[in-house]
Write a protein of this length. Structure first.
Length: 276
């Protein structure tokens, strides 16, 4: 009887060890899986995204739903990273400071990459290249020549690429800053300013909607590509986002999103699908 009890005890110990090893293996596996998705976001499993509130076609509300090129791209990126997107709508001028302060994981707001902005935040790989434009009331004396802007009151959205570009390239222009493009357009139509400087897609949308608006000036900006901004100390997040962007472009998903909002825009070679 004594030997039987000893054998049973030994079997029990071995079984316990086996269970323990299995549990450790499972824990290790789960830990590895968890760490592979640890991007250092503010809340585990979510991506807190700052974007605009009324900037068609980038980010805008339609039929009670937030939509737009930037919204769809950010949603696709989050999906590829197995994260849940959570959008926070803010004025453009507050987005990069919020990213730098760590109150947002990223900002997706058609943000052009500039040397000045890179001093405070990091950027993902490029996912858009565009134009900036000037709109005026029909009959304006402003022509396709930038020199015709001299002495004019030029409205623009505060903190945008247009803000810096106007300061650098339009001498003699009086810059008037607004919180958003709709406010600037309304001021132009009220006669408070002579023109509005803004991104081409938004300018084109304004022209399409209102025959009293014209667009005399378009400026191509390949040197200022659009990317997602993030905190400088988030290497895992940046790596995950860049991987997602590559997958979205290669699969043709980027092209589907782009054509939904810019159906007539040319597609640069770098954004053409490569998966077969």
């Amino acid at each position: 009887m004594r030997r039987t009890h000893s054998k049973a005890a030994a079997v029990a110990v071995i079984a316990a060890l086996a269970v323990g090893l299995t549990a450790c293996s499972a824990t290790s596996s789960a830990s590895t899986s968890s760490s592979s998705k640890d991007y250092g976001t503010l809340t585990a499993g979510t991506l807190k995204i700052g974007t605009l509130s009324d900037a068609k076609p980038y980010a805008y509300t339609e039929n009670g739903k937030l939509t737009g090129f930037e919204v769809d791209m950010a949603t696709a990126i989050a999906k590829h990273m197995d994260l849940r997107p959570v959008f926070v709508q803010q004025e453009f001028s507050t987005l990069l400071p919020a990213v730098a302060a760590g109150s947002l994981d990223v900002a997706a707001a058609s943000t052009s990459v500039t040397a000045e902005r890179k001093k405070s935040v990091d950027f993902s790989d490029t996912y858009f290249i565009g134009y900036i434009s000037i709109i005026t009331p029909s009959g304006s004396t402003i022509t396709k020549k930038a020199s015709s802007l001299k002495g004019k009151r030029l409205g623009l959205m505060q903190g945008t690429l247009e803000d810096q570009y106007a300061q650098d390239h339009f001498p003699g222009v009086q810059i008037v800053r607004y919180p958003d493009n709709n406010a600037a357009k309304a001021a132009m139509q009220a006669g408070s300013i002579d023109a509005v400087f803004l991104d081409y897609p938004i300018a084109q949308d304004f022209v399409d909607q209102d025959s009293s608006i014209q667009m005399p000036i378009n400026i191509e900006l390949p040197e200022y590509p659009v990317a997602m901004s993030m905190h400088k100390d988030k290497p895992a997040l940046k790596k995950g986002i860049n991987k997602a962007i590559k997958e979205i472009i290669a699969s043709g998903e980027w092209l589907e999103i782009e054509k939904q909002y810019y159906p007539d825009a040319p597609v640069p070679d770098q954004f053409q699908p490569t998966d077969k």
